[in-house]
Design a protein around this ligand. Structure first.
Ligand code: CUA
Length: 339
């Protein structure tokens, strides 16, 4: 049990510090990139430094006393003189911890207020994050965009801030939205709107995770926050606002897609597929990942995913539709056109 606990601690530490492989910037809580994350990182560092100083003083005194007053051959067995009721010592070990706790409370309260009470400026982008078992839906109501698993936000120049304010909702159980380099964790709770904001100071693809156990595939509820310079972000917005591509070359494949049960759960804007239970597929091919980041969005993975989602993400709510090989080919061929 102890060993398992040690492994867990090492895994958690690795998650906090590790450089993730590939082209993803590092998911590291100590490398903040957005105002709320800077503030949280600073207050954490202060707490760690204060605790480290306390640890060194206490452990140092303890080590000194253990060595200095250890039992030696020839020591008498008599009890040493006992000291009771030193007002100075008692005052010191009451007042000093009180002051330390007071400082930590005041600094934490100031940071919490500054992170939570920020008001959205007029230029802020607003998006809604909806946690599902086990994927993320991202809606931009003012832009008429619905997407999944990859939250696109504009880069924010500290000299000319362009923050993004997120409203957090859940479709089922409690989740927690966490992009470590951009903000702290915020719970995503059914029937309650929470919010958070971020103003990323660097472009890139920042990985986050659901941080509240929400069922079998909790650990596979990855999210990407894709921070783009203003022009790239606006290009992405313009593309996402377009209706689904209607490529005549796959007209027959499209009919196959519309005739199978995919349409009960998924929407492809501009078609009769209007299901709202699963991710919006209108611009599926603009996304780099499938199944909430479990697999990358390649034709082979897409086919394997549709054929048997349970083999890739056991317990996920998408069932295998038992399509024939030909139907599978058609569905994949059609979905591949949804740029
Ligand atoms: Cu969603 Cu854990």
């Amino acid at each position: 049990m102890t060993r398992r606990f040690a492994v867990l601690i090492m895994v958690c530490a690795g998650f906090a510090f590790a450089d993730s492989p590939g082209d993803h910037p590092i998911e590291n809580i100590f490398r903040p990139l957005s105002t709320p994350a800077y503030e949280i990182s600073d207050v954490s560092l202060l707490a760690v430094i204060i605790c480290a100083v306390i640890f060194v003083v206490v452990a140092g005194l303890l080590a000194y006393v253990v060595v200095r007053y250890r039992r030696r051959p020839g020591d008498s067995d008599a009890e040493p003189p006992q000291v009771y009721g030193s007002n100075q010592i008692e005052a010191a070990w009451t007042v000093i911890p009180l002051l330390i706790v007071f400082v930590l409370i005041m600094v934490s309260a100031r940071v919490i207020a500054s992170v939570q009470n920020a008001k959205a400026p007029p230029n802020a982008l607003h998006a809604t994050v909806i946690g599902h078992q086990w994927w993320w839906e991202f809606r931009y109501p003012s832009l008429n965009i619905v997407t999944a698993d990859e939250l696109h936000v504009p880069l924010s120049d500290p000299a000319d801030p362009q923050p993004t304010f997120l409203k957090l909702e859940s479709a089922d159980v409690a989740h927690s939205f966490w992009a470590p380099r951009l903000n702290g964790k915020t719970d995503v709770i059914p029937n309650r709107d929470n919010d958070m904001w971020l103003d990323p100071h660097e472009a890139g693809d920042f990985i986050g995770n659901c941080a509240e156990y929400c069922g079998t595939q909790h650990a596979n509820m990855l999210l990407h926050v894709i921070v783009q310079p203003k022009a790239d972000f606006e290009k992405w917005v313009a593309e996402q606002r377009l209706p689904a591509v209607d490529d005549p070359a796959v007209a027959a494949d499209k009919q196959v897609f519309l005739s199978v049960s995919c349409v009960n759960c998924h929407t492809v804007r501009g078609t009769s597929a209007t299901g709202g239970f699963g991710p919006d597929l209108t611009h599926l091919m603009s996304r780099k990942v499938l199944a909430s980041g479990v697999i990358s969005n390649t034709p082979e993975n897409l086919r394997a995913w549709i054929e048997d989602p349970q083999a890739i993400k056991p317990g996920c709510l998408m069932p295998a539709m038992h399509l024939t090989g030909k139907e599978l080919d058609s569905v994949v061929a059609y979905l591949r056109t949804l740029k």
